[in-house]
Design a binder for this molecule. Sequence first.
Ligand code: G3P
Ligand code: CA
Length: 229
Amino acid sequence: MPPELVAHRGASHARPEHTLAAYELAIAQGADGVECDVRLTRDGHLVCVHDRTIDRTSGGSGVVSAMTLDELRRHDFGTWHGGEPAPVLTFDELLGLVADSGVRLFAETKHPVRYRGEVERKVAEALDGHRVDAVMMSFSVAAVRRFKALRPDVPTVLLFGRAWPQRLPPFADIAGPGVHLLRRYPARGAGSYCWTVDEADDIALCVERGVRFLATNNPAQTRGVLGAN
Ligand code: G3P
Ligand code: CA
């Protein structure tokens, strides 16, 4: 089975990451799944932003967790990447787009320590309101454990980029290595969620190892490379 293609932050090569336009393009390009990073605003809303601050991906500046949703909405998250002006995307808006689309949603919770489980609790709650084929992910063992206790039915990925754990904890269903680790651990990779895979040699390596989910910034090009292999 070839890997399922997961559009990392949407089709983020062609469109500004974490905008509706990036996710719409990913779905139009036939991605099997979409990935998003989830943070909490000061007033308790989940928004799709990767960095701790909005400085890189908007025209403004500030720390996401110190801003309200209304404050975030005053900034443009599109033109920095050459796109149309775009508001911050809430997790709920992304769920609305993905619901009933047949595309899987891979939600990665950020800053797990600061809020002691609040992000995971809110993600679990938000999923309840939508018919979405969701997967929860985190680099934090504690975050994955907390989420699994709330939603045992939702598959979980434990992400890692330094060393491959000897064994996954029981509450993590899928290993989530950075693609560079496939080279360091030649016997591993089968069934994993591998990130972030844009280069032809990395794509070929994922296929060879039996990676199940391949996160890419450029789903159209990656699909082409997969087809040529
Ligand atoms: O898909 C997992 C990958 O996104 C983890 O790294 O830094 O892009 O969130 P990062
Ligand atoms: Ca991520």
